[in-house]
Structure formats: C-alpha cells, structure tokens
Design a protein around this ligand. Structure first.
Ligand SMILES: [Zn+2]
Length: 448
C-alpha cells in the first residue's frame, strides 16, 4: 500500500510539473513566438532574400526600403542608404534599434495563427512611414565627413525626429565592409550613436550646473567668481582656457569659463547637483516607439571637491546621450516641458510630454543660450533662426583630440527645431560641431 501511495505522489508531482511546463510554454508562445520566428538567426527570413515585406518610407514618401520578389532593396542613392541605415536597418538586423529589427512583425506580415506562412488573403505586410527627412539626413552625413559622431534634429512641438545620423555607417548592400575592416574605420558601425551611445558632454553640461545654481542660490545671476586660469582644489588643478578675472554667470556661460562653473558646483554640493541633473533627465532611459535610449550619467557619489568641480563643467564621469540632449533642448525651448520624440509617422500625433525644468529656469537658460549666439558664435551661422545654443569641448584622455559638441534650438514659432551634434575626437565644439549644426539646421528650417 505504502509503495502505491509513494508512486502516486511521484506521479502527481510529475503531472503537475508537466502541466506547469505546458502552461509556461503556452505563455512564452503567445508572448514571444514572433521573436523566435523572426529572429535574425532564421536566415530564410532575414538574409538577402528577406521577406520583411513592407516598405519603409521617409516623411515625404521617399522609399527607403522595399521588397520585390523576396529581395529587399534600399534607396538608389548610396548616401541616403548610408545616412538612414541606423534608423531603417540592415538585412541581418545588426542594428538593434532599427525599424527593421524592432518592427519585424508588421513588416513581415507575421500572424499569430499562421506565423510567417500566412495565406495571401490574410497577409498584411505593413508599410511603415518614418518621420525622418532623407535629404536632411544625407546632408548631415556628408557634413560630418570622415569623423565619427551623431547628429539629430527634432521638432520640439510635435516630437518628430527629422534627422538622425550616426557615423561611421555602411552601405546595407555591402555589410562585408564592416566585417572585413581592420583599420578601425567601421568601429561601432552597428551602433546608432544618437540612441545607444553617451559621450563626455564638456561645457554643454554647464547648462545643468546653471540650472542647479538658479534653483538653489539666491541672486545666482549676480554671483561673481574669479578665474585666474587655474584653481587649486584639494591640491589639484582645475584649468580654464583663459584668465577671465571677475566674472558673472551670463558672461561665464558665454565665455564658457571652467573655473566659474567648477566653483559653482562645489558651492552647490553633490546632492543639489545630483537632484537637478536627475530632474533634467540624467541617469534614466527615455522610451519611444519601442526604442530605449542609453542613459546619460551624472554620478558624483565618490567625488571629492576637485572631481565635483570637474563634474560641474561636464568632465569627470559625466556622460550625455545625444537623444537626451535633444530632448533637453526641447524642454528649454518649451518652457521646461519636453515633448518626447517619435520616429514612426502617425496621422495624429500622440504627444507625450515630460517636465524637466521649471518655466522660470527654462526661460533663463534660453536667454543665456541666445546670448551665447549673439555675443560669441554669431547669428550668421543660423541666419534668421533666432538660435539659442551651447557648445562643448570634452576632454577624453591624453593623446586624443576632444569631442566637439553643439546643442541648441531655433526659438522661432515656425521653425521649432532642436538639434544636437557631437563629433568624436575632432577638437573645439564651435569649430567642429558648429559648422555641421549650421548646415543641417539651416536646411531643415528651410524645409519646415
Ligand atoms: Zn575662466
């Protein structure tokens, strides 16, 4: 009897385990079957004979990717193919954040019941229209030339991304160029730097330090610090490009004085700096249209005053994601409220808004960024666009040229465009990122 009872217990446990297994499988099948079926490993679906099916079109209806007789083809202009590659995707789905990788279900006409072998009468391969303007992307790619970097422009009223270019890039017809590369030219070519990279921001970060100052210190705008080109903190040197002498906030921003913002960050202290950086979108991801951005980083948990000072001028461990920088520009342009970006063109724009700053502080930053352009960079870079901007030059280690940044936006009602340009190992932001931003934004403004 005892033996029979033991057996039935064992059988019951096995039956329960089996049942659990079946339930788990069904759950996984319902939630993930599309991912298994459409995995790039299934070469019959993803290789040269890709059956992505649906077309990908730019905002003006220009075909960027198309399938005929089971062959995936891309735009006939090689520069456009390369400029939009990181958004459209490649046949092997190497670019994880591309439309072809993230929207395989829709493009292939995958159906839960029939899988990919859906009978034609039920099959609905969808075309997908994206918000990019391929001509602007092409201009951006040719402007960045042989440099590595990221260029992004978005409409801060609607959230539509009109330009997103990552370099280095490659021709989707010649993916072997990346695999065979020994020179380092294609290093990181599978990464969309706008979405999935973050870079030392250099002086662009002074906007955050300024926001913290305006929030926590009364009369920050009249606060004077003196810059004698070097400042010894905890026995180590914080350096500035010039000897600015006694200087106030507005001019310190326009001249991009390191010592001013290092001292301001030290006076504010770690917790206030961190609080404002977090509110402005550091240390978090942004999500839109199935895309998740890489986090920007502000971490001074282990910093002493010397490193806290450097963190206030965008060095130390500070990192800025280019897409986040564009969102932040949108927030400053929009009285503190950022419209989150979108890449899929929708008939009705479903705006999602996130508050990153108070209206008062956004307006103050806007005023200072406008002064940067009128007093320093020059309005001739962006004729008639009423641009507010900040450049950055981020040191990235010995024997390497710094990364050059320019971020900003047009304050005009009819050209609500925010931009971010970062050029790796190129030199001063105003000399490297500036001319690229000028070329691309002027074209974008003309078209919209
Ligand atoms: Zn200085």
């Amino acid at each position: 009897m005892k033996c029979t009872r033991n057996r039935s217990i064992v059988l019951t446990i096995m039956a329960l385990a089996f049942l659990c297994g079946i339930c788990f499988f069904i759950y996984r099948f319902v939630t993930s079957a599309n991912l298994w079926v459409l995995s790039p490993i299934n070469k019959h679906l993803s290789g040269v004979n890709a059956t992505f099916g649906g077309d990908i079109l730019d905002r003006n209806g220009i075909v960027l990717a198309h399938t005929k007789d089971n062959i995936r083809s891309y735009n006939s202009d090689g520069m456009i193919r390369k400029a939009v590659l990181h958004t459209v995707g490649d046949n092997d789905s190497q670019i994880a954040t591309s439309i072809q990788a993230l929207y395989r279900d829709e493009l292939s006409g995958y159906n839960f019941i029939f899988g990919v072998n859906t009978p034609k009468i039920f099959k609905q391969s969808k075309n997908i229209q994206i918000t990019l303007d391929s001509e602007i992307c092409k201009t951006a790619l040719s402007a960045i030339g042989e440099y590595k970097g990221a260029i992004c422009i978005y409409n801060y009223k609607t959230g539509e991304i009109v330009c997103m270019v990552s370099a280095p890039t490659f021709d989707p017809y010649h993916p072997e160029a990346v695999a065979n590369d020994k020179s380092g030219k294609y290093e990181g070519a599978y990464i969309n730097r706008v979405i999935s990279s973050s870079f030392a921001p250099g002086s662009v970060f002074k906007l955050v330090t300024t926001a913290a100052g305006l929030t926590f210190i009364d009369d920050t705008e009249d606060k004077i610090y003196s810059c004698h080109q070097t400042e010894i903190v905890n026995g180590e040197k914080i350096t500035c490009l010039s000897n600015h002498g006694e200087i106030k906030l507005k001019n310190a921003m326009m001249e991009s004085c390191n010592i001013y913002f290092a001292k301001l960050a030290i006076d504010l202290g770690k917790s206030k700096m961190t609080k404002i950086a977090n509110e402005m979108g550091f240390n978090k991801n942004f999500n839109f249209d199935r895309i998740t951005t890489k986090k920007s980083v502000y971490d001074v948990s282990e910093a002493d005053d010397y490193y806290l000072g450097w963190s206030g001028v965008g060095q130390y461990k500070d990192l800025l994601n280019p897409m986040h920088s564009v969102i932040l520009m949108g927030a400053i342009a929009n009285s503190g409220e950022a419209v989150l970006p979108c890449i899929i063109k929708k008939n009705q724009v479903n705006k999602r808004v996130e508050k990153l700053l108070s209206k008062e502080i956004a307006d103050k930053l806007k005023e200072m960024m406008r002064y940067n352009v009128t007093a320093n960079y020059g309005d001739s870079m962006f004729p008639g666009l009423n641009v507010c901007a900040k450049t950055g030059t981020a040191e990235v280690g010995e024997n390497q040229k710094p990364h050059g940044w320019m971020v900003g936006f047009s304050a005009n009602e009819d050209t609500p465009l925010a931009f971010s340009v970062v050029v790796e190992n190129a030199g001063y932001g105003s000399k490297t990122a500036g001319p690229i931003a000028s070329k691309v934004l002027n074209l974008a403004a003309k078209k919209y």
